[in-house]
Design a protein around this ligand. Structure first.
Ligand code: FMN
Length: 194
């Protein structure tokens, strides 16, 4: 039998998309922020919708530059997420502080994380400040063939991380607890690729 829950929690019932680290750039540096709320928009062209708070540096950078990248979060990136989600790129070069290795995408020169099992570059199609919805066209996409061949190969033991809300992250059938981190963590033990 179901019981009533707080409507504020209803979004967590459908918050199913894999957690993303969304890369943008401002005048001085590349920035990256965790975004849990995303969904596919269309197949042709391939588009994605993100909900991005209009007070975030990520939103400002998208408005000014019109481009962004999406990096699917692996378990090895959860502590990076906890730092990148605790600070705004308006005040800090978070990527340099963290020392997270990345390369630049071939079409838009947006940051693609070495440790992300999949990443893609997007051009902004629409930005709606009333709803905080960003729609982007995916123009280049990359995936690690150990884990993705036309679909996620979850039978091989890898699954993208999902954010359950608060400090809870779903990794396969496990829940990992990771509070936000004010100081940049030493990622040498976390990352599988450098
Ligand atoms: C796990 C996690 C998921 C998040 N999901 C979202 C989201 O879907 N949309 C959003 O606007 N902010 C989300 N946030 C908050 C932003 O990532 C956070 O405020 C970040 O510091 C914004 O950075 P920026 O100002 O550099 O863009 C999330 C944070 C965490 C830790």
């Amino acid at each position: 039998m179901k019981t009533a829950i707080d409507v504020q929690l209803a979004t967590r019932l459908i918050n199913s998309g894999p957690l993303l680290l969304v890369g943008t750039r401002c005048a001085d540096w590349f920035s990256m922020a965790p975004i849990a709320w995303s969904m596919p928009g269309s197949k042709k062209p391939p588009t994605i919708f993100l909900t991005v708070g209009t007070h975030h540096a990520t939103w400002d950078n998208m408005v000014k530059k019109g481009v962004f990248s999406c990096n699917v979060v692996s378990p090895s990136l959860i502590r990076a997420v906890a730092f990148l989600g605790a600070h705004s790129g308006k005040n800090m070069d978070k990527m340099t502080a963290l020392g997270l290795p990345y390369s630049l995408g071939p079409l838009l020169e947006m940051p693609l994380l070495n440790d992300a099992p999949a990443a893609f570059e997007c051009e902004v199609l629409t930005l709606d400040p009333k709803t905080s919805l960003v729609q982007g066209v995916i123009v280049s996409a990359f995936a690690d063939s150990r884990w993705f061949q036309e679909r996620w190969l979850v039978e091989r033991g890898f699954a993208p991380v999902h954010h359950l809300g608060g400090d809870a992250y779903q990794v396969g059938a496990e829940v990992v607890r990771q509070p936000l981190l004010q100081d940049p963590p030493d990622l040498r033990e976390d990352l599988s690729v450098s």
